[in-house]
Design a protein around this ligand. Structure first.
Ligand code: GRF
Length: 199
């Protein structure tokens, strides 16, 4: 049986994409397309090195957000994915996109604490003792959809945002591939906000 097809969206360095790639066939799905909103995203180079097709859809090339979103959706649709993975994709997707495919996101906090683009800095500024990462299904609101898995990471005295983010990412690199793998094997059941993993 062919493996489920995966499209991965990246905006940055792509270490989470690399963690997915490093799983090889064990991932249970085949990454057939990597898309970025930025031509300089390190994730694109990682995809190239792995021989995976890439596409860049920069918002600046379009008259408005809805035209950009339509082009992004068309690009992803051409890959006919069973699952879309946001691995550090820093833009909000429209309802048409997140209802068309199951979309998984990895976020560097224990949601619903610290949603948005500055989760690591905000957890530090708040004086939290514990943060972590969340893998969740994407819905129409930012960092809001049903939670698939979470893992805590302690905040240590004197942590800089960079040090804390590195420790969170080390956990993400294990949790995201594990969740993708569960999806690919059809073991994830979603009931409203509740996600059950079949064992
Ligand atoms: C990760 O911390 C992820 O949680 C967040 O963006 C970061 C992406 O890092 N959404 P990388 O590009 O995978 O290295």
């Amino acid at each position: 049986m062919p493996l489920p097809r995966l499209a991965v969206l990246v905006s940055g360095s792509g270490t989470n994409l690399q963690a997915l790639l490093d799983r090889g066939p064990e991932l249970g799905g085949e990454i057939t397309l990597v898309v970025s909103d930025r031509a300089d995203a390190g994730g694109l180079r990682r995809a190239d090195d792995a021989g995976i097709k890439t596409a860049v859809v920069p918002p600046g090339d379009f008259a408005d957000r809805s035209q950009w979103a339509a082009a992004l959706e068309e690009t992803v649709a051409a890959a006919e994915p069973a699952l879309v993975v946001l691995a550090g994709f820093m833009r909000i997707l429209p309802a048409s996109f997140v209802t068309r495919w199951p979309v998984l996101n990895v976020h560097p906090s224990l949601l619903p604490a610290f949603p948005g683009g500055h989760a690591v800095e905000e957890a530090l500024a708040w004086g939290a003792k514990l943060t972590g990462c969340t893998v969740h299904l994407v819905d129409e609101e930012v960092d809001h959809g049903p939670i698939v898995a979470q893992e805590a990471v302690p905040i240590l005295p004197g942590d800089t945002p960079e040090e804390l983010h590195e420790r969170i990412k080390a956990v993400e690199h294990r949790l995201l591939p594990a969740c993708v793998s569960l999806f690919c094997r059809g073991l994830v059941e979603v009931d409203g906000r509740h996600v059950r993993i079949q064992t």
